[in-house]
Every structure is written in structure tokens, then in C-alpha cells.
Design a protein. Structure first.
Length: 362
């Protein structure tokens, strides 16, 4: 009669040990994932710092990094201060800010819509910014901050139109992507129509902006984008609390008590504003938002959206692409969008080919 309680106690003790072992294993896996995430983030940040320093040092006048640092801290002669502080520093800072905005925007779009093609430059957001900005510049001679504001307004209006057209008792990723591609094509036709009616010199200037360029950018473009990111990044971080349940699917997220459509709308609004602000500063720099998030997720597998890593990856891509665009060809400075397209276009073809191989039809 005394054996039964002993057997039961042993079974309970064994179950407890197994549960404790499972908890320890899960904690170890999470710890390894967190350590890898932090390590990758630190590595990407170091890459940003290194390429940023090289961008300030290399040019028509090559400067040792020590002299660059001296100039940044208020020293140096008048020539070095002009080159570093007025020419190279705002351009490099703008590359970091633009890459961060596009990388974060692309990661949010692709995660929320669960579609690798859901990128602001593919689904009409950048096209909306371009259509309004080009129309304002060529037909109404708008420039400066007003032009940046028009580009941001265009992206927000395009995002709202795409969302409303894709709404059918909710929004699915595939439907929004298809609607966005269609709206983007229509907006692109407006851009080319306006350019065809404009003077050749004005159209050439608009074309350079449409390629996505940091050439000739100054502090006038840096400060508005910096202020915009100072507002939008914290809002995106707050809205990102809805990402985990949304990744489980709408039904599962609703079952967990998440406000699915409200959370999705907040995330898409933040991502649209990020893409619009970056486009307003540098033009529609292609494929950065498209490739930054997949690269970041490969670096930190199992960490979900990997938003910080995607933002840093975008910054590295734009910095490296702009450096290559400046120095790849002698005496020629290409738009940074040309260099990013060399990276992004093959990836898009690879993605479509892979989708066709598994029978999804792209």
C-alpha cells in the first residue's frame, strides 16, 4: 500500500525534471539567438562606422583619417573643413539616414504583409512620392523643403489609396501587393507624361532625381530627414509590438486578443512615412528596402522581422553603393540608385525564379 505514493512521487519528480530540462533548453536557444542578434547588430554598426569614415576620407582630395577626425572636432584648415564638413559629411550622413529609413520600411512591409515582394519601391509608395514631387517641380517650380514635403505627401496619399483599394473586410498581403504594383504603374505613367511635356533641361534634372541620387546633397536635406526619423523610428518601435501576433496570421492574432487591422494599419502608416521621407531627401533609391530585410533575416535567422538589423543593413548598402557610385568610374559620379539597382535587380530575378520553381508563379 505504501508503494503507490512513492511511484507517483517518482513520476511527478521525473515530469518536473523533464519540464525543467525543456525550459533550460528553450532558454539556451533564446540566449544563443539573442547573442547572435546582438553580435550581428554590432558587426553591422561597425561596418557603418568604417564605411562612413572611408567616405569622409577618400575623394579628389584624400585625407588621412586622423585629419578627418581632427576636422570633425573643430580643427584643421579652412580647406579641410569645407571638404569634410560641407561636402562629404552631409552626404555620408544622408546615406546613413536614407538607408536606415528604407531598410526599416522594407522590413515592416515584408513582415506585415508576409510577402517578399512587399517593398515600397515595388508596390507604388515610392512612385507616389515621385509623381507628386516631379509634378510639383516641373509644373509649379516647387523646390527646397516644399518639394520634400510634396514627395512625403505623395507617398502617404499613394499608401492610403493602395490600402483602400485592397480593402475587402481586411487586407491580405498578396492583394495589397498586386494593387500596389498596378497603382505604381499608373503613377509612373504620370511621371513620364509630365516629363515629356517639360523643357529638356528640367526633365533631365528630374530624371537624375528619379534615379535616386546623393550628388549635390547638403545639410538642407539632412536636417528634415533627421527630424523625420527622430519621430518615425520611435513610433515604428511602438507599433512593432503588434508584429509578433500578426506573424502568426490574422485568425491566430485575433484569438490572442490583438487588434489586427489597427496594428497592421499603424505599421503600414509608419513604413509608408519612412519610405516617403527617404524618397523626399534622395529620390526613389531603388531596391534598398527590397533587399535589406532578407539579408538581415539571413544574418539572424529565427529572430522575426529583425528590424534593427534591417535598418543597419540598409545603411551599409546605401553607404557602400554611394561610395562605389562616386569612385567606380573616373571623373564620373553616378546616382546611388544605379549602384543599388545592380544589387537589387538580380535578387528580384532570383526571387521570381525560385518562386516559379516551387510552383507559386511568382
Amino acid at each position: 500500500m505504501s508503494r503507490a505514493p512513492v511511484v507517483a512521487d517518482n513520476a511527478t519528480h521525473a515530469d518536473t525534471e523533464r519540464l525543467a530540462a525543456a525550459v533550460r533548453q528553450i532558454s539556451a536557444v533564446r540566449g544563443r539567438g539573442l547573442r547572435r542578434s546582438l553580435l550581428v547588430g554590432a558587426g553591422l554598426l561597425a561596418a557603418v562606422v568604417v564605411v562612413f569614415g572611408v567616405s569622409l576620407s577618400v575623394g579628389d582630395m584624400v585625407m588621412p583619417i586622423g585629419k578627418v577626425m581632427e576636422t570633425l572636432y573643430g580643427g584643421g584648415d579652412g580647406g579641410s573643413r569645407f571638404v569634410v564638413l560641407e561636402l562629404r559629411l552631409p552626404r555620408a550622413l544622408l546615406a546613413v539616414l536614407v538607408g536606415t529609413a528604407f531598410g526599416l520600411s522594407g522590413a515592416v512591409f515584408q513582415t506585415v504583409l508576409r510577402n517578399p515582394l512587399a517593398s515600397p519601391d515595388l508596390i507604388g509608395i515610392s512612385a507616389g512620392a515621385s509623381a507628386v514631387a516631379v509634378t510639383a517641380a516641373l509644373l509649379f517650380q516647387v523646390s527646397g523643403l516644399a518639394l520634400s514635403a510634396s514627395a512625403l505627401t505623395g507617398s502617404l496619399v499613394a499608401g492610403a489609396v493602395i490600402y483602400l483599394l485592397a480593402w475587402r473586410q481586411g487586407v491580405t498581403g498578396q492583394r495589397l501587393v498586386l494593387v500596389g504594383i498596378g497603382v505604381g504603374m499608373g503613377l509612373s505613367s504620370i511621371v513620364w507624361y509630365v516629363m515629356a511635356r517639360s523643357e529638356v533641361t528640367d526633365a533631365q534634372e528630374a530624371f537624375r532625381w528619379l534615379a535616386g541620387s546623393l550628388n549635390g546633397r547638403s545639410w538642407e536635406q539632412v536636417w528634415p530627414l533627421l527630424i523625420s526619423l527622430g519621430l518615425l523610428v520611435p513610433l515604428t518601435v511602438l507599433a512593432a509590438h503588434a508584429l509578433r501576433p500578426l506573424q502568426l496570421g490574422d485568425d491566430a492574432a485575433a484569438g490572442l486578443g490583438a487588434k489586427v487591422e489597427r496594428g497592421r494599419l499603424a505599421l503600414l502608416a509608419c513604413a509608408t512615412a519612412l519610405a516617403g521621407a527617404a524618397t523626399a531627401a534622395a529620390g526613389p533609391v531603388g531596391f534598398v528596402a527590397f533587399v535589406a530585410a532578407p539579408i538581415a533575416r539571413r544574418l539572424v535567422p529565427g529572430r522575426g522581422a529583425a528590424l534593427p538589423q534591417a535598418a543597419l543593413t540598409g545603411a551599409v548598402i546605401v553607404l557602400v553603393a554611394d561610395f562605389a557610385a562616386q569612385h567606380a568610374l573616373p571623373s564620373v559620379q553616378l546616382p546611388v540608385g544605379v549602384a543599388t539597382s545592380i544589387i537589387g535587380a538580380p535578387y528580384l530575378l532570383l526571387l521570381l525564379a525560385r518562386a516559379n520553381r516551387v510552383g507559386s508563379g511568382g
